[in-house]
Design a protein around this ligand. Structure first.
Ligand code: NDP
Length: 295
């Protein structure tokens, strides 16, 4: 059996279209234009690309995009002052501070300074707590939400009873992914670097979400035949010339021979992340303006 390829690019394009339609309706009927502010501190090349893409896709969806580029030596006080301004700005409904931040700034302090209602990354402890409490309205982190939307499509919106193995327990991906799957009534196992006999756990899983950061770690013979595999990993290996080659955490060619469906890297989870950021921003804007969202 060869696995079906889960096309994250197409799914993200469809979601962006749905978002653009909703934004047009909100502008027309409620005079509401959702706005997203993205803050980038420093010159990290990968972050520059992400921030550019976020700005472009925000505008393409008909939303307001505010990008703030700050020097690498920006102090924590300066960044906190900008966050306070954005919290108070009524044209800004979502705030995203691009991570990682330079070492002179305490990331957690910055995350906690963002108004939870505008925390479209879903990293504020109040939003993380709401998600852990099973609040279906919690603003949840974009990458795991993107994974969940892809999984729902694979299972016709019914994930109940599936055994899901999440490999990785970060606050950004692994933990919120596990919470979201629990909300869908999956039986969830969370694995991490101290887990014993990961291959054996994997062989029992109907769903495997790999969010580790180790190229090709999940092997084909770890998988249960027919399992649905979501590969969150983005690992840069030396490619041809000076170009990097992106690979996931799953040994794709092997896994494809066993799995039922699998996301490629690139073109799987990655494109869904920004689309889910736009979705969170529209949802946040509607809540702030007290109008109903159709997303
Ligand atoms: P972190 O480094 O924060 O977390 C990695 C997790 O993997 C940790 O929980 C760690 O365990 C676990 N781990 C490490 N080694 C092993 C091992 N041998 N066996 C089992 N578990 C292990 O990474 P992130 O969660 O931030 O990101 C994970 C991957 O996803 C990265 O490749 C990142 O680039 C990618 N990513 C992709 C995004 C996208 O949009 N597609 C967005 C965000 C991330 P422990 O806690 O014990 O250390």
């Amino acid at each position: 059996m060869t696995a079906a390829i889960i096309d994250g690019k197409a799914a993200a394009a469809a979601l962006r279209e749905q978002i653009a339609t909703e934004v047009a309706r909100l502008r027309e009927t409620d005079d509401l234009q959702p706005g997203l502010a993205v803050v980038l501190v420093g010159e990290d090349p990968a972050s520059q690309v992400y921030v550019r893409n976020k700005g472009r896709q925000t505008v393409e969806a008909g939303m307001l995009s505010h990008t703030h580029r700050l020097r690498d030596d920006t102090s924590e006080t300066e960044l906190l002052a900008l966050v306070a301004d954005l919290n108070a700005d009524p044209t800004v409904h979502g705030i995203l501070v691009q991570l990682p931040l330079p070492p002179q700034i305490d990331e957690q302090r910055v995350i906690c300074a963002i108004d939870p209602a505008k925390d479209v990354d879903g990293f504020h402890p109040l939003n993380a707590g709401a998600l852990a409490n099973g609040d279906p309205g919690a603003l949840a982190p974009c990458t795991p939400v993107g994974c969940l939307l892809l999984l729902r499509e694979q299972f016709d919106n019914d994930l109940a009873g599936q055994h899901a193995l999440v490999i990785g327990r970060s606050n950004i991906v692994g933990k919120p992914m596990a919470q979201l799957l629990l909300q869908e009534s999956c039986t969830v196992t969370i694995a991490h670097s101290r887990t014993r006999d990961l291959p054996a756990l994997c062989r029992h899983a109907d769903i495997v979400v790999a969010a580790v950061g180790r190229p090709g770690m999940v092997r084909g013979d770890w998988l249960k035949p027919g399992a649905v595999v979501i590969d969150v990993g983005i690992n840069r290996l030396p490619g041809e010339g000076d170009k990097a080659r992106l690979v996931g955490d799953v040994a794709f060619a092997e896994a494809r021979e066993v799995a039922g469906a699998i996301t490629p890297v690139p073109g799987g989870v990655g494109p869904m992340t920004i689309a889910c950021l736009l979705r969170n921003t529209v949802v946040a804007a509607c809540r702030q303006a007290a109008v109903a969202s159709r997303l």
